[in-house]
Design a protein around this ligand. Structure first.
Ligand code: ADP
Ligand code: MG
Length: 822
């Protein structure tokens, strides 16, 4: 089969795009489109062959009415349809060619290869410096904003818009409103305004004249030649000597579209050395030259069902919208893409975990579980019972469980995990419980010991191994495996685990990453903060295990976010606290009250209690954080609490040093722990009663809530004190929220609402693609994306059919990028 030479198809495409850009006037080529198409069909013999194998395209090209007879809307629809069919035609040719060479695979190499060969017109993966106006320096600055390729530039969306679409005459200008005028420059000169070299101009149309000033921008006067026609957009201020445009946007009116005035004008994120006008121009150049090469990858059926805008239109409208309504539709389309691709990805991951090899379905005896629960020294909450039930359902199935257990600090997740571990043991399997740090592993070991002793007839401990008699009608062994064991003990323990003589192993995540071999690993419980088992899961897989998996987290994740980011995990939530906990008293103090806060800490210390002091978060630089924490620690030790015992904890310390400071604090050898935000992890110090957070407005709500969860773990009333120098409006709103709300989930929702998903939970940390356009408050869009992803995935899980070819490319691009970033 032949295809029109790349040139011929590219020209056709260029003509159609030009026609589209200029609003479908039928003037993109001399003589009109009908004649061009007729020529293209008849003269290009290769085009003719090509059409024979693409009847749909042919029907479009030879059908009636003619282009000239169509209305603008019909022309638009026709052009879009033809472009789409061209895509499809070229793609199917491409897919066939590719099927010979390499079937579409999940490997990165394969997707790369496909990517470069499939782009029919121009490659969007070229570096941004291909764009007019982007030299090396500018490219480097764009790089800081994450813009490397031309595609990145097309997807570099504005933060907001200035609405300059209201055009009026000079005489009709109203003070205080955003407006645009088209005027002649009558006069322009440099002036001193205050101490600043500035510019001033007199501008006029047929209805009158007005003054404009640009503070601190002397160069504007030089650019404004007398008698040029310019568009000026901005706000007019009224003074008693008359009306003035202050620092308006302006541009010379030429034969091209306006960029900076007279419309909705994009405002892009900037970095040092980049300027608004410059970035607008660059993006515009990229759009003009490359938008036509952007391929629609959503199958038409999906677009139709969800009523989504075409991709090129959406990208164009996201930068230069005709109005707010189209901007919103564009955002919807692009947000849909993000959510949809994310959903396909998580479905894929879930299948990877569950389908490659069947796991082991456990036999679960209700009476075993009942016996354990009844023997506990406390009554489980109904949330705990419900979650235990959800987990047991999963464990009975052969498909390995893949479940996220979330619950606020202290909600009793470990008990739940213990029940699950016992189910594994009852089925002759081993269970592993893993934590991010040694201290947390020890803590889990202690909790497990406490719980199992409660139900055991007799227990004994020998170094790192505990034995419990009379559980499940036999003796159960639990071992703690940490780096601090002697080499001899370590080897011995490894041997026991390998031979299957140990039932439950508690340790750090290194358990699955290092030399340890399990005889029969039936359940892995992973307790951690952020990465949600991504690494551990692949480590487990690599070692050939396929156990049930339970991931625990104390970071409450709002449902929408959980579904979006962790759709590959089923979710169980403990949303209820055991009875009888004292709520922690939270106070937001003014900076003047700092001394009072210190006095309070001193009083608590006198009563034998301990305190945390969290140092300010210094954005973007861990090393600055550390420096600030060290300085604060020194100041507090020498000036404020010279008589108390202080410790310091920060992220640049070696793990062993961190552990030893934490241990000193836990065992009561320190009164105050000064720390950066690293203390967030679930350490349990029942004797600590005060959490003081400096510059609290800089932390997110979920994080503040995590800090607060470090206290209130014991009998005594606990306190959380928030200090903040000069919080922004947002900051104040957050501080009020944390002062008033105690429910972690409600706070998480609020956090998401205030800060958006990117901030809430650095997606980079979770190993998932970024969300730029999607707002998680948009549940309707999310549900739609989930539904569509499932439909596609069920029919074509490998995205290997021709109709999903472009989708497959986009999918690999997005996901591989996110993997590379991790
Ligand atoms: P999490 O891991 O969710 O922060 P833990 O499982 O460590 O919480 O439980 C915190 C403490 O509460 C433990 O000492 C545990 O024994 C206790 N606990 C758990 N569930 C209950 C309950 N239903 N009633 C009373 N105390 C409970
Ligand atoms: Mg815990």
């Amino acid at each position: 089969m032949t295809q029109p030479s790349g040139d011929s198809a590219a020209t056709f495409r260029a003509v159609l795009n030009l026609e589209a850009r200029s609003g479908f006037p039928n003037r993109a080529v001399i003589g009109g489109l009908d004649r061009f198409v007729a020529r293209w069909i008849s003269q290009d013999s290769s085009g003719h062959d090509f059409l024979l194998s693409h009847p749909r395209l042919k029907a479009l090209l030879v059908g009636s009415p003619s282009y000239a007879e169509r209305s603008i809307d019909e022309r638009r629809a026709w052009v879009e349809e033809v472009l789409r069919e061209l895509d499809r035609a070229e793609l199917s040719t491409e897919i066939k060619a590719r099927a010979v060479n390499a079937p579409l695979q999940k490997t990165r190499a394969a997707s790369r290869k496909v990517e470069t060969s499939v782009v029919p017109v121009k490659s969007l993966e070229l570096p941004a410096c291909e764009i007019k106006g982007v030299g090396e320096t500018v490219a480097a600055r764009l790089g800081k904003l994450g813009v490397v390729s031309i595609r990145d530039l097309l997807y570099f969306f504005p933060r907001r818009f200035m609405d300059f679409s209201r055009r009026c005459t000079v005489s009709a200008l109203e003070a205080g409103k955003e407006q645009t005028i088209f005027v002649d420059v009558w006069e322009a000169r440099q002036v001193m305004l205050g101490r600043m070299k500035s510019s001033e101009a007199v501008l006029a149309d047929e209805t009158g004249s007005i003054r404009a000033v640009w503070f601190n921008q002397p160069w504007v006067a030089k650019q404004l030649k007398v008698n040029t026609k310019i568009a000026v957009s901005g706000r007019v201020s009224e003074f008693n000597y008359g009306r003035v445009f202050e620092n308006p946007e302006w541009e010379i009116i030429e034969d091209r579209e306006l960029l900076h005035t007279g419309r909705m004008v994009p405002v892009y994120p900037l970095t040092g050395g980049l300027f608004p006008r410059q970035v607008r121009a660059l993006v515009r150049n990229a759009l003009d030259e490359y938008l036509a090469s952007l391929q629609e990858f959503l199958p038409p059926a999906v677009r139709q069902r969800c009523e989504l805008m075409d991709l090129r239109d959406a990208v164009m409208q996201a930068h230069y919208p005709s109005d707010y309504a189209s901007q919103n539709r564009a955002r919807q389309r692009l947000a849909f893409d993000e959510l949809f691709l994310l959903q396909i990805g998580v479905l894929n991951k879930k299948r990877d975990w569950q389908e490659e090899q069947p796991g082991r379905g456990f036999q679960i005896k209700r009476e075993d579980i009942r016996g354990f629960i009844d023997a506990l020294p406390f009554k489980l909450t109904s949330a705990q019972l419900r979650v235990i039930d959800e987990i047991c359902q999963d464990l009975q199935r052969e498909v390995p469980m893949s479940r996220l257990l979330q619950g606020d600090v202290g909600s009793g997740k470990t008990v739940v995990a213990t029940v699950a571990l016992l189910c594994a043991v009852a089925n002759g399997c081993q269970g592993a419980l893993m934590a991010p740090t040694e201290i947390l592993a020890e803590q889990h070991f202690t909790t497990l010991q406490k719980l199992l002793s409660a139900i055991s007839k007799e227990s004994s401990q020998e170094s790192n191994i505990c034995l419990f008699k009379g559980i499940l009608g036999r003796e159960i062994s639990v071992v703690l495996l940490t780096g601090s064991l002697s080499a001899g003990d370590k080897t011995a323990t490894h041997g026991l685990i390998r031979r299957g003589s140990v039932d439950i192993v508690v340790g750090t995540h290194a358990l699955v990453q290092k030399e340890v071999k399990f005889a029969s690993l039936g359940l892995a419980v992973i307790d951690e903060q952020h990465r949600f088992g991504v690494l551990q899961r692949s480590a487990l897989k690599q070692k050939g295990y396929n156990p049930h998996l339970l991931v625990m987290t104390a970071t409450p994740i709002p449902r929408t976010l959980a579904l979006t980011l962790f759709g590959d995990l089923d979710i169980s939530t403990i949303d209820e606290m055991p009875v009888g906990r004292h709520p922690i008293k939270t106070r937001w103090l003014k900076p003047d009250d700092r001394q009072r806060a210190y006095n309070f800490i001193r009083k608590q210390a006198a009563e034998g209690h301990q305190s945390f002091i969290i140092c300010p978060l210094i954005e973007e630089s861990e090393s600055l954080d550390v420096k600030a924490a060290v300085a604060e620690y020194e100041r507090l030790s020498s000036e404020v609490f010279p008589d108390l015992r202080l410790g310091l904890l920060h992220g640049r310390m070696k793990n062993a040093d961190k552990d030893s400071v934490m241990r000193d604090f836990k065992d009561g050898r320190l009164d105050i722990l000064v720390s950066t935000s690293v203390v967030e992890v679930g350490i349990d110090v029942p004797n600590a009663t005060v959490m003081l957070v400096e510059a609290a407005d800089r932390f997110g709500l979920s994080q503040l809530h995590q800090f607060r969860g470090r206290v209130g773990r014991g009998e005594s009333q606990s306190y959380c004190i928030l200090l903040s120098e000069n919080p922004s409006e947002y900051g104040q709103e957050r501080l009020k929220a944390i002062e008033e709300m105690t429910d972690g989930f409600a706070l998480a929702e609020k956090d998401l609402e205030l800060r958006g998903p990117g901030e809430f939970f650095g997606t980079r940390q979770s190993g998932l693609p970024d969300l730029k356009m999607a707002r998680l408050s948009d549940t309707r869009l999310l549900e739609m994306a989930r539904k569509e992803a499932r439909i596609i995935f069920e029919k074509d899980p490998g995205l290997s059919t021709a109709e999903n070819g472009l989708l497959a490319l986009e999918y690999h691009r997005i996901w591989h990028k996110s993997i590379e970033n991790n």
